[in-house]
Design a protein around this ligand. Structure first.
Ligand SMILES: CSC[C@H]1O[C@@H](n2cnc3c(O)ncnc32)[C@H](O)[C@@H]1O
Ligand SMILES: [Zn+2]
Length: 433
């Protein structure tokens, strides 16, 4: 494809509050948007690759701010149990059987699912992260990747730090900047304080943000008070972890003091409403956190607790759930939900490139939706249609960094028949309790 691309569409979401309904265009050069506008492009077309899609809407790619990609391997393998039991009795026994190959194919499956449902950037925290990074690199998606750090023994801690360093050296900035690296301490209940201090030091040394699960369940918070005399967030503060850039997943059971600490340290929060509901963990006070000035992105968490990687479902849930909880129909509006899934998502993952918009200077991470879908009729309000009525099925084409990665609903970079074959072969051999 020519490096300068003119995409002509029938509607354009530049940002959740800047929308062109009707003929419009985006012009990008390599990976960067040069210009967007309403109507016809009036400049010189002679050296452009023109893609005419007047029956499509262009929107910024969705950012999935929390997940464990290769957990697609465990979708439906342990449902209807609470987090602690789910991890100990269902997931850890399966994860002990993981191989490099399994993680590679599990991540390929996740990339297939995410790209075709409009996600152009995601975070990952898991095992065998080199394999995930390979899959991400090949798929063309944007990934913010962390080796999941568990500190049950000194040996595990030492190995985890060394692996994280070499993961950074190998992958940070790879794929022309599509891949970036974070450090991934799993949680305060799996990483003892001394280990968290070492990870924080490494974060400083390598200038990398950290992502960590915090205050997901009432049990976790109660145990933290019992063992440390403070909440998980209070503990992170007292250890100095929050002095570094942190992305905290969940933050369901947070009190006013926790929220003040998160806000004061500009901690970014990944809100995962579907996973929190399914594991029976609770509902994060998303509105209160947003009002405190905290950047909240949306995430699916892994496919074993969600049970899919569809950000359209999270969008709709974020926009409706809090209205019900607070009995306030203005709690999170459609533009606010879309902002969480794009602009705030990009900020939440400390994305080195791109701001989650389709405006001049942003990276060309573009999702096309089918304007001819029944869910877009009529079109009084395109953002409302996207948040409250659209589904992943309406995604037709996706570009990441200006490169086409989904065409007519199918990934162009992935061999889906091969993924299907490998996933069936690998999962057949897992022993389940
Ligand atoms: C050390 S790699 C990541 C680790 O996290 C586990 N995990 C998946 N979902 C959750 C969740 O919602 N809370 C806490 N931990 C979770 C995953 O199974 C891996 O063991
Ligand atoms: Zn998680």
């Amino acid at each position: 494809m020519n490096q300068r691309v003119l995409l002509e569409v029938g509607g354009l979401i530049e940002t959740p509050t800047s929308v062109i309904t009707g003929p419009s265009y985006i012009l990008w050069n390599q990976s960067t948007i040069e210009e967007t506008g309403a109507g016809e492009y009036l400049g010189d077309r002679s050296l452009l690759t023109v893609i005419r899609r007047r029956n499509r809407i262009a929107m910024p790619g969705l950012v999935n701010t929390h997940g464990h990609a290769a957990m697609t391997l465990f979708r439906s393998a342990g449902d209807d149990v609470p987090l602690e039991k789910w991890l100990k009795e269902k997931i850890y026994p399966l994860e002990r059987q993981l191989t490099k190959e399994a993680v590679y194919w599990g991540t390929q499956l996740a990339c297939w699912e995410m790209l075709t449902s409009g996600t152009t950037c995601f975070t990952d925290m898991y095992f065998y992260m080199n394999e995930s990074a390979r899959a991400v690199h090949e798929s063309g998606i944007r990934g913010v990747l962390s080796i999941g750090l568990l500190g049950f023994t000194e040996e595990m801690q030492k190995q985890g730090l060394a692996d994280s360093k070499s993961h950074y050296e190998t992958w940070h900035g790879a794929g022309e900047g599509r891949i970036s690296v974070m450090l991934g301490p799993h949680a305060p209940y799996t990483c003892p304080p001394a280990f968290l201090l070492q990870i924080t030091e490494l974060s400083q040394l390598l200038d990398l943000p950290m992502q960590i699960h915090l205050s997901e369940t009432a049990y976790e918070v109660a145990e933290s008070y019992r063992q440390h005399g403070t909440s998980p967030i209070g503990l992170m503060h007292s250890l100095g972890v929050l002095n570094r850039p942190v992305l905290a997943a969940h933050c369901v059971h947070v009190d006013d003091k926790d929220i003040s600490l998160l806000a004061a340290h500009d901690v970014r929060v990944a809100h995962n409403p579907q996973s929190n509901l399914k594991l029976g963990s609770g509902i994060a006070p998303a509105v209160k956190m947003r009002q405190a000035g905290i950047t909240l992105g949306l995430g699916t968490d892994g496919a074993a607790s969600n049970n899919n990687l569809d950000m359209f479902e999270e969008l709709r849930l974020a926009a409706t759930l809090h209205k019900g909880v607070l009995q306030d129909a203005t709690a999170i509006t459609a533009p606010e939900a879309l902002e969480m899934a794009t602009v705030s998502g990009a900020r939440a993952v400390f994305r080195p490139t791109g701001d989650g918009t389709l405006t001049a200077g942003a990276v060309a991470d573009v999702v096309l939706l089918n304007l001819e879908s029944p869910r877009f009729l009529p079109t009084y309000d395109l953002v409302s249609n996207i948040v409250y009525s659209a589904s992943a099925e309406d995604v037709t084409d996706v570009f990441v960094a200006g490169q086409e990665v989904v065409r007519k609903g199918e990934p162009v970079t992935l061999d889906t028949e091969q993924i299907r074959y490998q996933i069936e072969r690998i999962t057949r051999n897992f022993e389940r309790k």
